[in-house]
Each structure stands twice: as structure tokens, then as C-alpha cells.
Design a protein around this ligand. Structure first.
Ligand SMILES: C[S@@+](CC[C@H](N)C(=O)[O-])C[C@H]1O[C@@H](n2cnc3c(N)ncnc32)[C@H](O)[C@@H]1O
Length: 425
């Protein structure tokens, strides 16, 4: 037999959907390999007297069929592929021999030389599967895999798409670009999703809000056109329409457009209005969720929005119009009756009136309040108060938007723990 070395392995992508894969042994190796086999749609038969709790859960969920017994000759009948990983070397050897006799490709966890197949270190990034084999150095395989996947994710390894977006592929008429509405997270550039970052790296045009990870814009290559959404010239009332028009125009010019928004696009972000405007013009649009400031900004300041025995709910409310404003859609009386955490966005200007309304409708005046300005950024600042004092404190401390205001007993649970995610910089 030829010497086993890395150049002797022939890489191939197995299409296992609906095909029998036999897994012998329900330990750590199975636990690591099963998810990918399940994801590939394989008809997995697990043979093992015992299994780890995770493997057992996969069997309970019906993702694999589990026969609780030891390996017996004939178990590989009908298999296309086998994973041999029992803790009994004799059983492994016997199964290997059966696999060889039946021409079933088999991986051996205990003896790579005796195997007819090796499992590469694999990773995935948006439709690309990376599989790395380095012969006898699995750590190196994993490191190479990580470097490639990370590079694809953060855009440092550029791999342009040569096929159009599936939604655009069916469109008739001139080539149309694509818009991604990307939730950029609360501000710290590390808190954007990997998908958002990758799309940003591949953008021709970026239309960015004032909030969100502005620092990432500096990293964009010079050919990328960066447009400040706040500066698109139109009257204030027209601002959203102007942004929609800019998105449409650039996409119609065939550009890859990223609309970079603060937090999550659908949390007080008008993301759906933009998605609807794009849909009306037949422009393909992807929405990438983001880490909303509603949870992350309190968290960065050491405040959990729920805590066992303290708060079983948190409610997010926009305070951009005052409680007595007829345009307000908030039932403040009902909100005041809630016992859990209240997270107020866009409320700096109206916090005095909001606090007064909450107290008037029954929330205790001594309820702790924290105001977190520019959370997760280098300028993050927290001011503590109570419902009785927050209006004055916000004025006295010169708090300015953006700020998240947290009302409830969770505000004090982390006191003294020194928690908070920090700014990351
Ligand atoms: C128009 S809303 C957008 C919310 C965003 N879509 C989200 O999911 O976080 C803007 C409000 O979010 C809050 N906000 C966003 N980022 C913030 C940050 N880094 N620090 C404090 N508050 C923030 C403030 O209340 C701000 O007025």
C-alpha cells in the first residue's frame, strides 16, 4: 500500500443526504462529528452502548437513529461512509476490516494509518466550505482553517462572488445591485456581526448612520463611497425618503450597497421602511440583524436586563415623544404598572416627564434608574439616579443622546462586581 502522507489523500465533498452513515461509538468524537453529518442530511445510524448527553440529545431529537449495543459484524451493510470511534480497539479493528471488505470509506479516530478516509478541519463562511488536511498535524489543519474562515468573514481575504445574488439572478432588465441593511451594533466596532463585517468589506457604497460602529468606516478601501445618512441633503421630514432614494439609485447603478445602521435594523431603526422601498423597486435586499443597544448598552455598563429573583421581564419603550403628546403610542399607565425592567430609548429629552408619569401611575419614586450614554464606546458614561431624581440628574450631568435609560431593580444588582464589557479599546 502507498505510504500515507498528506499528498496521498484525495479531497472530495461527499453528498450524504439520505445516505446511510454508520457511527460506531457515542463519545466525544461522535459528539464533534455528528452535527456536520446531520447538517449534510445523512441517514445516521449510531451504534454504541452509551453516549454523551449531547449525542443522546441528538438521538432524542430524532436526528440520528441510535442502537444501544456494541458493534457487530455486518453493521456496515448498506453504509456509504463510516466513523469508527469506539473505545474498544478490537472492535475498531474489526469494523475497519469490514469497511475495507465492503468498500465503505471509513474514518478511524484511534488509528489514522488504518483509516481509509481522514476528516479535514472544516469551517464555513456564507456558502463557502473550507476543508483542510495537513496529514499528521490536526492543530495546523485547524489553524489554517481558522485563518481562512476568519479572513473570509472579516473581508481580509477577498473572494468576490462571480454569480449574482439569487434574487437578482431572476430579474430582467439592466443589472441591478444589492442592498444589505446591516445592523452595526451599539458602537464598539467589535460588536458588529461577522456577516455584517463581511458585507461591509465587499461594499461599493456605504450609507451610514450617526450611531453604530463608525470606526469601521475608516477601514474601508478608498474606492468605497461612504455617505453620511444625516448629511443627505433634504429637509428633515424628507430625510428617510432621501435615504431610500439614495439606496435605490446606487443599487440601480449596479452597486453593492450597505446601509449601516446602529444596533438592530428593526429596533426603532426604520429598517422595514427601507426594505419596503427597495422591494417596491424590485431591488434585492438582505437584512442582517445587529446587537441592539437595548440589551448591550445596559450590559456594557454592568446592568443585566433580567436577573433571577429580580426581574422576569424587560420592556423596551421609545420616549422620543413625551407621554402627554397625542402622537405617543405608548400606554404609560400600563407601563407604570409593570414590575420588571424598563429600557427607554430616545428618552433623554423627555426623561423628566416620563419619570413623573411613571410615578404618578404607581411606580415607586425610589426605583433605581441608570442612564448610559454612548454605551460600548470609549466615551461610555453611566449616571445613576432614581425615578424621583433622574430628570434633574440628567440635566445636571449634561447627559446627551445617545443614551439608554434603565429603570428597575436590576440597575443595582451588579453594583460592586466591576462587571461591564468595557469598550473593547
Ligand atoms: C433610533 S434608535 C436606534 C436603536 C437601534 N436600532 C438599536 O437597536 O440599538 C436610537 C437610540 O438608541 C439608543 N442607542 C443606540 N446606540 C446607543 C449607544 N451606543 N449608547 C447609548 N444609547 C444608544 C439611544 O437611546 C438612541 O437614542
Amino acid at each position: 500500500m502507498a505510504e500515507h502522507n498528506e499528498s496521498a489523500a484525495y479531497p472530495v465533498g461527499l453528498r450524504l443526504a439520505g445516505r446511510r452513515v454508520v457511527v460506531l461509538g457515542g463519545g466525544q468524537v461522535a459528539q464533534r462529528r455528528l452535527p456536520a453529518l446531520i447538517a449534510a442530511g445523512a441517514d445516521v445510524l449510531l451504534i454504541s452502548p452509551s453516549a454523551t448527553p449531547s449525542v443522546e440529545a441528538m438521538a432524542d431529537a430524532g436526528e440520528v437513529r441510535w442502537e444501544r449495543r456494541r458493534y457487530a459484524d455486518g453493521d456496515l451493510d448498506g453504509a456509504w461512509y463510516a466513523l469508527i470511534s469506539t473505545d474498544d480497539p478490537d472492535a475498531n479493528r474489526a469494523a475497519s476490516a469490514e469497511a475495507e471488505a465492503r468498500r465503505v470509506w471509513a474514518v478511524r479516530s484511534d488509528d489514522a494509518e488504518a483509516a481509509t478516509a481522514w476528516t479535514p478541519a472544516t469551517g464555513r463562511s456564507e456558502g463557502v466550505t473550507v476543508a483542510v488536511l495537513t496529514g499528521r498535524d490536526p492543530r495546523r489543519s485547524a489553524a489554517v482553517r481558522d485563518a481562512i474562515v476568519e479572513g473570509l468573514r472579516d473581508g481580509s481575504l477577498t473572494a468576490p462572488h462571480f454569480r449574482t445574488h439569487p434574487a437578482a439572478a431572476n430579474a430582467t432588465g439592466p443589472a441591478v445591485g444589492h442592498v444589505a441593511l446591516v445592523g452595526g451594533g451599539p458602537g464598539d466596532p467589535d460588536l458588529i456581526t461577522v456577516r455584517g463585517r463581511r458585507l461591509l468589506a465587499g461594499a461599493d457604497v456605504v450609507i451610514a448612520d450617526r450611531l453604530g460602529p463608525r470606526d469601521l468606516l475608516d477601514e474601508l478601501p478608498p474606492h468605497v463611497e461612504v455617505i453620511d445618512a444625516a448629511k443627505i441633503p433634504y429637509g428633515r421630514a424628507m430625510a428617510q425618503e432621501a435615504i431610500n432614494n439614495a439606496l435605490i439609485e446606487h443599487a440601480q447603478a449596479g452597486k453593492a450597497v450597505v446601509r449601516l445602521k446602529g444596533g438592530d435594523p428593526y429596533v426603532f431603526g426604520r429598517g422595514m421602511e427601507e426594505a419596503q422601498a427597495l422591494a417596491e423597486h424590485g431591488i434585492p435586499c438582505t437584512v442582517v440583524p445587529g446587537i441592539s443597544s437595548t440589551i448591550s448598552v445596559p450590559g456594557a455598563a454592568g446592568i443585566p436586563v433580567t436577573h433571577r429573583g429580580v426581574a422576569h421581564e424587560f420592556t423596551v419603550v421609545s420616549g422620543h415623544v413625551a407621554p402627554d403628546d397625542e402622537r405617543s403610542l405608548v400606554d404609560w399607565e400600563a407601563v407604570a404598572r409593570l414590575r420588571g425592567t424598563l429600557v427607554l430609548l430616545m428618552s433623554v429629552e423627555n426623561i423628566g416627564a416620563i419619570a413623573e408619569t411613571l410615578v404618578r401611575h404607581g411606580r415607586a419614586a425610589g426605583t433605581p434608574v441608570a442612564v448610559v450614554q454612548e454605551g460600548t464606546t470609549a466615551a461610555q458614561r453611566r449616571v445613576d439616579a432614581t425615578l424621583a431624581t433622574v430628570g434633574e440628574r440628567v440635566k445636571a450631568e449634561g447627559i446627551r443622546p445617545p443614551a439608554v435609560i434603565v429603570v428597575g431593580d436590576v440597575v443595582t444588582v451588579g453594583t460592586g462586581t466591576g462587571t461591564g464589557t468595557g469598550t473593547g479599546r
